[in-house]
Ligand binder design. Sequence first.
Ligand SMILES: [Zn+2]
Length: 282
Amino acid sequence: MVSRFEPKARRMLQERLDLSQNLAADSVPRATHLAIAEVREILSLPEPAFRPWLAPDRWVLGGAVLHWLRSGAGGEASGPLDYDFYFPTIDALNRGVADFLAAGFTFSCFQLWGDRCPFCGLAGSLERREAAGPAAVPLVKAGCRVCEPAGVAGRWGSRLRITAESLAASGLVALDLLSPRGELFQLAAIAFEPTPSRLIESADYSICQLGLDDRSLYFGRYTWTDLLAGRLRVENLHRSCYSRLRKYQGKGFSPDPATLARVLGFHLYLQARELLTRRGKA
Ligand SMILES: [Zn+2]
């Protein structure tokens, strides 16, 4: 990853953000966000492919933003990607659903904890698209036999709406849509926060604390220090931290000792707990 950024771009970024020359682990930038235009100029980046879909109340967070930052000189070739969209409010989510469907996107599935459709609220109308995960994560992917034909007829996103009550009853986590080009757009139905900065605080690794609205790139306290140093630093322990640690090691990042200890320790704890749960049920 370190080599992904040209020396001149690295110097410009370090100066712009007031980061220490040696990218010390406690070096904190003086800004929380930069204009997309400035980031593009410093890193010689193209427009993010998903920029037309961004809005003041519609943001892309995490991996797709990291992918874009790496797409400059020597970066990864772009291909079909998953985009994680987040919203400040349920109303903004509903507007997003309506806009995407009006633009020719198609419904793929709901990701949810419960067994009720978040649109019609009917029990028994869900049709599973994928088996539930491990016992501790019973999240299912499903469609709705009642709403989907209605969605195809163009009513989805206009007459059918998600409400706070339907969210609570269905346990909706995300709504997956497919773009006309076949990209997966995952619209988060949890973690509504007023700003991208607030949302990225809860990301697992510092290098994933990235968000874009239609004007700016938002980043965490240590995102750029760690991106430029190739350091993997855990900020919040999530269930998937261990597999993601392996993933980012594969991309050239090195976990600091504290991160390695915390992530491995948490992974062992989860495994032990699952084992004990299975024995308890046996
Ligand atoms: Zn339904």
